[in-house]
Design a protein. Sequence first.
Length: 47
Amino acid sequence: MEKIYSNASPKKDNLKPKDETVSFLLDYSKALSVINYNKLKFEALLN
């Protein structure tokens, strides 16, 4: 167990999402609506 946590974690600088991916996620988050009713949560995608 010590060996697993003592190693340095690999750098992940090469993760560069495409502009299309970022645009899709932003549009999706703008369209998503979460409605709280009592103790229930409803998710609605407003397209």
